[in-house]
Design a protein around this ligand. Structure first.
Ligand SMILES: [Zn+2]
Ligand SMILES: [Zn+2]
Length: 352
């Protein structure tokens, strides 16, 4: 059987929608019929050929896609927790199940991590193979539709973990977010829901307007004003928590410099070719203010329980971040528009 997939044959060139050989189901795998798949800035990084420094430069030809929801089509003989017809969603960082991190519940930073859609083929396709299904797949409740679930798949759950598990946020805290893309706006929603006063910094008024609608107490356009001074002013001396959702040198540094004494910076955005994984930081300030610098990656499968419950109960509204749905053919243009940070909210492929 052949399946339709958007194939990357060259970096930085349009994806080609082709009929490819359908994925083979190994003993620990499942094959999922993809019903919805998010187009993410991480896909853009993969598409331009970034992230070789993290071992995440895909081998060509490659099928991108790591935030998806769908229905199980086939299960491997060792898979016990899932059956054909189950509705599922996955975190993009797949754990091995047996290393120290997996054994202690931190599968998102598994020592033998498989980053779905980068080191294996992803979900810009009608069908995709999920390795180590029992360890990593999550059942999707009936009440959450596939498009919403796909929008949780990466940016939303990444932000959920960063805000609820890593940042240490408390009600009333100032929580400043650098970057009003998918990660930033999701972090804003989660932080606000937990009672924090969220501020969003971006260069795009459209994104800032969306941030206001989603509950930001203030927004700052960093093209118009010095964002660090603006944050110091709004918060009367510094933000309790800051989060860099973007991962360029400027936002990372500004995020750290916007903290109050003993504040916490959470790094979620990964860098581009320009930084190559290295950013010079204000180390004396980190010492003098006893700043905490933390990293946050994805989310463990077991944390979906809390996230899905908050979506089901209406406390979180990931669907509000979906700006449009597209066909598989249109994915390539969306990636190209990301050169200029042209996308607002999440774009989801729902026609394969
Ligand atoms: Zn592991
Ligand atoms: Zn993603």
């Amino acid at each position: 059987m052949k399946v339709r997939a958007a194939v990357m044959e060259e970096f930085n060139k349009p994806l080609k929608v082709l009929n490819v050989t359908d994925p083979e189901c190994g003993p620990d795998d499942v094959i999922v019929a993809v019903k919805a798949n998010g187009v993410c800035r991480s896909d853009w990084h993969g598409w331009v050929g970034d992230w070789g420094w993290m071992g995440l430069k895909p081998e060509l030809p490659h099928i991108l896609g790591h935030e998806f929801a769908g229905v199980i089509e086939e299960v491997g003989k060792n898979v016990k927790r899932f059956k054909k017809g189950d509705r599922v969603v996955i975190p993009f960082s797949l754990g091995c199940g047996s290393c120290d991190c997996c054994q202690t519940g931190h599968q998102n930073v598994c020592e033998n991590i498989t980053v779905f859609g980068f080191v294996c083929n992803g979900s810009y396709a009608q069908f995709t193979r999920v390795p180590l299904a029992d360890q990593n797949l999550v059942h999707l409740p009936e009440s959450i539709d596939f498009t919403t679930a796909a929008s949780l798949g990466c940016r939303f759950m990444t932000s959920f973990h960063a805000v609820t598990d890593i940042s240490g946020v408390k009600a009333g805290d100032y929580f400043t977010i650098y970057g009003g893309g998918g990660v930033g706006l999701a972090a804003l929603q989660v932080a606000s829901t937990l009672g924090a006063r969220a501020i969003v910094v971006d260069i795009d008024d459209q994104k800032l307007e969306m941030a206001k609608q989603l509950g930001a107490v203030e927004t700052v356009n960093s093209r118009e004003v010095n964002p660090v001074e603006a944050i110091m002013d709004i918060t009367s001396g510094g933000s309790d928590i800051t989060l860099d959702a973007l991962g360029i040198a400027e936002t990372c540094r500004n995020s750290i410099m916007s903290l109050k004494n003993r504040g916490t910076h959470v790094q979620v955005g990964l860098t581009t070719k320009e930084e190559g994984g290295m950013v010079a930081l204000p180390t004396d300030l980190i010492v003098a203010k006893e700043l905490q610098i933390k990293g946050s990656l994805g989310m463990q499968p077991h944390r979906y329980k809390a996230l899905l419950a908050m979506v089901e109960s209406g406390q979180l509204h990931p669907e509000k971040l979906i700006s449009k749905t597209i066909s598989l053919e249109e994915a390539s243009d969306v990636l190209a528009s990301m050169h200029e940070y042209g996308t607002v909210g999440s774009v989801i492929i729902d026609r394969f």
